[in-house]
Design a protein around this ligand. Sequence first.
Ligand code: C2E
Ligand code: CA
Ligand code: CA
Length: 824
Amino acid sequence: MQQVPPAQTSEDQRAEEGSPGIKLFASQSLRRRLVLISLMTTGLTLILANLAYISLEYYLARQDTENKLQVLGEVISERVTAALTFNDKALLESNLNTLQADASIVRGCIYGEDQTLAASYHSRTYARDDCPQYVPRVDTLQTYNFARFFTVTRDQTPIGTLYIESSRQLLLERFYQFMGFSGIIMLTAIGLALFLANKLKDVISRPMRELSKTLTQIVNDKNYGLRARKDSSDELGDLVDLFNTLLSTIDEENLSLKASEERFRKLTALSPVGIFQVDPNQKLQYVNQRWRDIHGLPSELPDLQDWFEMINPKDMVIVQEAWNRMVYDQESIALEIRLVRRDNAHTWIHLMASALHDRDGVLLGYLGAISDISELKAAQIQMETLAFYDPLTGLANRRLFKNRLDKSVKAVMRSGKSMALMFLDMDQFKRVNDTLGHDAGDILLKEVANRLNNTVRENDTVSRIGGDEFTILLTDVKSTQDVRVVAEKILKVMAKPIRVKGQDIITSVSIGITLTPDDSTDLNTLMKNADLAMYSAKEQGRNNFQFFSEEMNHSILEHLALEKEIKEAIQRNQFTLLFQPKISLFDYRTTGVETLIRWEHPDKGLITPDNFIPVAEETGQIIDIGNWVLEQACRQISSLIRENVLSSEAKVAVNLSAKQFADPLLAQRIRNVLEITRIPPRCLELEITESTLMEDVESAIKIMQEIKSTGVSIAIDDFGTGYSSLSYIKRFPIDVLKVDRSFVMDIPEDKNDMAITAAVIAMAHKLSLNVVAEGVETQEQLKYLRQNNCDEGQGYLFSRPLSLGQLHQFLVVNDKRRSNSYEI
Ligand code: C2E
Ligand code: CA
Ligand code: CA
């Protein structure tokens, strides 16, 4: 097996790179290293210094000896010249004996001219024999000592030789003594160094030991509040400071870590969100209280697998997939899933989780949060219900109906089968709603919805798409006969009275039917077809059904063509105004005129309003037309008033359509017209049909009040045709009531209508309203109206609608004619 060398730390490497000495000491304790280093330094220094000193000393001593020998030799060789000349041995010896003064001189020999020994001297300590008998030759002279030869001269003639020998031994002894002495000094110095190093080691290492003790204690106790003692203010003191600063930093970080941990703990405990943590081995590691509450788990920490098992099996796959993506692809999870709690309750939760990594990217686990969104989900479902179902009847609403229609049409196109779309409109709903109140209307709608639902099959969709409008999708239709049967059934079930607030109400519906794919496969076209067919059913007298036919479509095309023509008519100014006088039934004076529009069509001639007003009304073109009429009427009539042809008491009446009436700018327009044409407001009267006013009574009252604020008066037109009740008329701020032509027409044949007319006149007078009878054509009608105190009359009996010029003439003539000329 191969042995892998342990990884080297940088410190080891540094130690290896260092000098061998340091390497040698590396294993020693710091203290010993310190002592050894100081010893070696002292020792080496001393040895080197001593060696140098000794060498110098030796060299100097030798120099000294040689100098001494030279001096002695020169002195003695001069002194002995005479003695040698005379060969006076005693004198020679006494001269040589002066050498005694120097203990280091061991021998002194004088030789004569003949090279023989003349005199000698040797120190007592010198063990060797006397001087040689002849002048020794240098090469034969084997001496350990220092020796020197001097030539003795007389008159520069050599007469002998002096030989002096100095002891080396003595020099050496002195040298050895010196060495011994310096050795002692060295040893003392080393001893002293040792002692000092030992002292020093404490100075340096004690704080270090102190430091390491503190560190050990901190490591053992994890108490970062401890501090090392500082004994000096040197580098070690700095080190202790640094160390303590480091400890403070660690301590502070620890504290802030603890604080943030505490915060986290508190937050998770208080959190309205369930928090969980999973370790890298997919083990649930931590959950907060909210997490337990959401799961209905009291205290135990479940296995991750157990937790997954609490997830509704329907959501299991998406959870598993998302979880795997988080684990393997590091993706975050965000899911809405269902849980089955321990108590079997179902909870919707929003689950979020993601992997947690440390700074180096090492996986620490997974952190997640869940929140209980059951209420939110319930609200969402409720909202969806609201969005797709009619809250009153529980039927599909317009949106869901469109959805289903779309799907059904597509299914029909795929399967090749047929389907029918029925459009139903209740015939008298508005009347019930207005007379019996909204809650009564609601009861009625609910009952109708119920009956419709019970009449069709499960697969068919009944929807309420508007106030009293319903649709039915009949799927899988084999023949029109099938549809006919259903429609008849509906008419039959509707015929049964509905009990509302103690009253039996008979209601009916008008049904329009279109078939797909026969009629169309386009949703909008189908809707239009059904609508058209329904209107046709209404026209046929209500309470019946009509299948859509192409002829109805033709009428649409005509309608479209007409719309285009009206547009041109507006641009080309093809409209003109006629005025029909209103006559007082008391004195036959002209009380005013009603403005009636005509269309001077370049090809078709004069077109009456019934042929274009409804279309203009539908397309909104009536607003432009109406504004034009209002302004023109005021302009033209004001000229008559100014010319005094028409009394300043007279009124010009202008018809207002429903769209105009609903126009929020109406009051402002009226004011503008009054200002432009400068006619006094009391001269203008607006005729609004009863049915327009009855569409939405409350807002109608508001609009009328606004109109009244301009100072003009209001007439209720076509009265008797719009089911209005007396209670409303009372609340309407109106001035005039125009009895519809249909009532006047039947005088004197229809006694019933006559009675109604008389009652209306009486009632209107009670409410202080002026009554105008429309369509007065005969003397009988005039007579009857006069008998019943009708205030004014309008009709062919008095005059047809007239152009401005004709009106001018009429006014002049009529004024002359006066009183009873209309009566026979
Ligand atoms: P309306 O307001 O009921 O107008 C009276 C209609 O009855 C006029 O028809 C008039 O010519 C007709 N008429 C008057 N006296 C008699 C009579 O003795 N016997 C018969 N059989 N009819 C008589 P016209 O002018 O065709 O107007 C029809 C409707 O068109 C008007 O009914 C009114 O609702 C509407 N209209 C007319 N001009 C305007 C207008 O400028 N703006 C708006 N929005 N609608 C208008
Ligand atoms: Ca009118
Ligand atoms: Ca009328």
